[in-house]
Write a protein that binds this ligand. Structure first.
Ligand code: SF4
Length: 418
């Protein structure tokens, strides 16, 4: 059986696509390898959301073309947002690729691999934490974002398709399933909402942890918190990209909510009976961002202890977006201002890490072991948030009862109890 290697760049949404690509490959008789060594096929699932992601993809592509040229017969496939954003026909310096397909284009891959029928997603490398995509594309058209251009308007998958995928993931041994999509909170099908869907999944698979990602603040489902009381296996975790809190900037971003709306939501998270952990992302140095706007953002971050993870990105003017067309270069804060603002956000994130470690120290909690010495708690998403370091070796894939002994940066340390 020949070996194939999948390289995934970007976020968990891309990992879900890679799982589907892995299914096509295994269905066609390929074995998914854990490293590129001795493989005959390399599929690169690229990200092109912002310029640094494009640069990373291009760098990897250069190395991949070298890999292909080292031995005749090697197959190189380019997939994902990069070809989705910059359609390529093999004449633009990418002649070395055997196949170029857009985001999630499993039928293009199947066709290439001469598959007759759709195949079942298989784990890419036997991961314990998996991702399930409930929709494709986004209809929000935020002023700065290329995703609607790359992936099109939002199309929600049916509950039948989603539950079937969940069944496959459960059969493959998933212990945690992350629910992903560009705008998960807006998912709707025949009048059913995202909370209904989460409830169905959690009720059908009570032993699997479910975690909801990418909740747009404007569409936050009001019945989400009560769900946490009903289903212990829905993680007390909210991934909500606020992007900014200044009304002026939010309006310019095309985000249909205000700072007050965010404060109401975060007051509710903060005062929730169940301890909640919030991950949030924001853009720094957006065109027109003044010191006053930025101070409001920092004040917001310092105000809410429920914020566990903060990720900040500098603004990048992206061709094809509304903001690209309207801004003038002087609207963008200079790079030293942006760097100093990012550093101040880093300081705020450090303070949150210290506060959370103090708050959790001495608590007993379940940690899902990702490796013998590292896991993640119910309050932290795998791969993107802090990890938990065990004081002794455990079996990966098991949920381990631990006592939290402290923290180091965004990570926690834990004593294994059983
Ligand atoms: S919600 Fe806005 S930022 Fe997020 S994917 Fe959609 S358009 Fe882009």
């Amino acid at each position: 059986m020949p070996d194939a290697f999948l390289l995934t760049l970007g976020c968990p949404k891309n990992v879900a696509d890679s799982d589907a690509f892995a299914g096509c490959l295994t269905g066609a008789g390929w074995r998914i390898a854990r490293s590129l060594e001795n493989t005959d096929l390399l599929l690169i699932n690229t990200c092109a959301f912002i310029k640094p992601a494009v640069d990373e993809s291009l760098e990897v592509i250069g190395e991949a073309l070298e890999w292909k040229n080292e031995r005749p017969g090697r197959i190189l496939i380019l997939a994902g947002c990069l070809p989705g954003r910059y359609p390529v026909d093999g004449s633009g310096g990418l002649e070395g690729f055997d196949l170029i397909i857009g985001p999630g284009d499993t039928s293009g891959l199947e066709e290439y691999l001469s598959l007759k029928s759709a195949s079942t997603p298989e784990p890419a490398g036997g991961r314990i934490s998996r991702y399930l995509k409930i929709s494709e594309g986004c209809s929000n058209n935020c002023s700065y974002c290329t995703i609607p251009l790359i992936r099109g308007a939002r199309r929600d998958r049916s509950p039948g398709e989603i539950l079937m995928d969940a069944e496959h993931l459960a059969e493959q041994g998933a212990v945690e399933i992350g629910i992903v999509g560009q705008d998960t909170a807006s998912w709707k099908y025949d009048g059913d909402s995202i909370s209904w869907l989460m409830s169905q999944l959690a009720g059908t698979y009570p032993d699997i942890w479910f975690r909801l990602y990418y909740v747009h603040p404007a569409f936050y489902p009001g019945d989400f918190l009560p769900l946490l009381a009903e289903h212990e296996n829905i993680m007390p975790y909210i991934d909500m990209p606020v992007q900014h809190v200044s009304d002026r900037i939010l309006k310019r971003m095309g985000r249909p909510y205000t700072g007050d709306h965010l404060r109401k939501l975060f007051d509710m998270f903060e005062n929730s009976e169940k301890m909640l952990s919030v991950r949030t992302t924001m853009i720094v140095g957006y065109p027109g961002e003044t010191e006053e706007d930025f101070s409001e953002l920092i004040q917001f971050l310092s105000q809410y202890r429920c914020i566990r993870t903060i990720a900040a990105f500098p603004y990048w003017p992206e061709e094809g977006t509304r903001e690209f067309d309207i801004h003038s270069p002087e609207d963008i804060p200079d790079s030293s201002t942006v760097q100093s603002r990012l550093a101040r956000i880093g300081d705020a994130a450090d303070e949150h890490n210290i506060l959370w470690a103090e708050r959790l120290e001495g608590d007993t909690m379940d940690i899902l072991a990702d490796t013998p010495l590292l896991g993640h708690s119910r309050l932290d998403a795998p791969e993107v948030d802090g990890a938990c370091c065990f004081d002794r070796s455990v079996e990966p894939g098991r949920i381990i009862r631990c006592r939290i002994t402290g923290g180091a940066g965004s990570d926690l340390t834990a004593e294994v109890l059983k």
